[in-house]
Design a protein around this ligand. Structure first.
Ligand code: NAD
Length: 254
C-alpha cells in the first residue's frame, strides 16, 4: 500500500462521505490528519474512527469560505503536527435547480464553498508548503463539470476548480508542490441520497438507474475516490500535476 508516513494532511468536509473516507485512508497510510468540517463536533466520528484504528487526527471546525477561519485552521494543523504536506479540498454543497428557477443565493452559496473555499484553503496551505519545498494539493471536482441538468452553479464551480488546479499547478510546481483534481462520478453519500429524496426517488432505485448507464455497472463508493486521492497524495506521484482524474465508472467515456 502507498505510504504517507511522516506526512501531515488536512482534509476539508471530512465529517462524512468522501472526505471522511479520504481522512481515514490517509491516516491508515501513516499520515497525521486534520479533519475539518463546519463545526468541530461534526468531525468527532471521523476522528474517533481514526484514533480507534491507531492513527492520529485533529478535529477542526471551520467554514472554508471564511478567510480568517481557514487561516486559523491551517495554523492549528501546523502547531499540532509540525507542518502541512497534503491538502484535500473536498468540502461541498449543492443547491440544485433548473437555471430559470436558480436564485442568486443558490449561486453564491455553491461558489462560496467550492471555489472560494478551494482558493482560500490552497492559498493558506501553500504558504507553509512553499517554505518546505514540498506539497500535494488534491481538489475534488466532479463529472458535473462536463454539464449536468439542474446544476448550472455546481457545474460552473466544479469546472472552475479544474482551471484553478491547472493554474495553481503552474505557479506551485517550481516549489515541489503538485496540484491535481479528481472528478468523481455518482458516489453513494448523504449528498446524493438527499438529492434522490428531493426528487422523490427511492435510493436503491436511483443507484440502480445510475449503474445501468455506466460501463462499470455500479455507482461509486467513497473508497473509490479515497484510493485516487491516496495516489495523488503520494510522494511517488510527484510528476503528475495539473490533471483531472475522473473516477466515475466510465461516465465520461460512455
Ligand atoms: P457530503 O455532503 O456527504 O459531505 C460534504 C461535507 O462538506 C459535509 O460534511 C459538510 O458539512 C461539509 N461542508 C459543507 N460546506 C462546508 C464549509 N463551508 N466548510 C467546511 N465544510 C463544509 O458530500 P460528499 O458526497 O461526500 O461530497 C464530497 C465532495 O465530493 C464535494 O465537493 C462534492 O461536491 C464532491 N462530489 C461528490 C459526488 C457524489 O456523487 N457524492 C460526485 C462528484 C463530486
Amino acid at each position: 500500500m502507498t505510504k504517507l508516513n511522516g506526512r501531515v494532511a488536512l482534509v476539508t468536509g471530512a465529517a462524512r462521505g468522501i472526505g471522511a473516507e479520504i481522512a481515514r485512508v490517509y491516516a491508515r497510510a501513516g499520515a497525521k490528519v486534520g479533519v475539518l468540517d463546519l463545526k468541530e463536533n461534526l468531525t468527532r466520528g471521523t476522528v474517533a474512527s481514526i484514533n480507534e484504528a491507531g492513527g492520529q487526527a485533529l478535529a477542526i471546525g471551520a467554514d472554508v469560505s471564511d478567510a480568517a477561519q481557514v487561516r486559523r485552521a491551517v495554523e492549528r494543523v501546523v502547531e499540532e503536527f509540525g507542518g502541512l504536506d497534503i491538502v484535500v479540498n473536498n468540502a461541498g454543497v449543492t443547491r440544485d435547480n433548473l437555471l430559470f428557477k436558480m436564485t442568486g443565493d443558490d449561486w453564491d452559496t455553491v461558489m462560496g464553498v467550492h471555489l472560494r473555499g478551494t482558493f482560500l484553503v490552497t492559498q493558506a496551505a501553500q504558504e507553509v508548503m512553499v517554505g518546505r519545498r514540498y506539497g500535494r494539493v488534491v481538489n475534488i471536482s466532479s463529472t458535473s463539470a462536463l454539464g449536468n441538468r439542474g446544476q448550472a452553479n455546481y457545474s460552473a464551480a466544479k469546472a472552475g476548480i479544474q482551471g484553478f488546479t491547472r493554474t495553481a499547478a503552474i505557479e506551485l510546481g517550481p516549489f515541489g508542490i503538485t496540484v491535481n483534481s479528481i472528478g468523481p462520478g455518482y458516489v453513494d453519500t448523504e449528498m446524493t441520497r438527499a438529492t434522490a429524496e428531493r426528487l422523490g426517488v427511492p435510493v436503491d432505485q436511483r443507484l440502480a438507474e445510475v449503474a445501468a448507464t455506466l460501463p462499470m455497472r455500479r455507482a461509486g463508493v467513497p473508497a473509490d475516490i479515497a484510493n485516487a486521492a491516496l495516489f495523488l497524495a503520494a510522494e511517488e506521484s510527484g510528476f503528475v500535476t495539473g490533471q483531472v482524474l475522473y473516477v466515475d465508472g466510465g461516465r465520461s467515456v460512455r
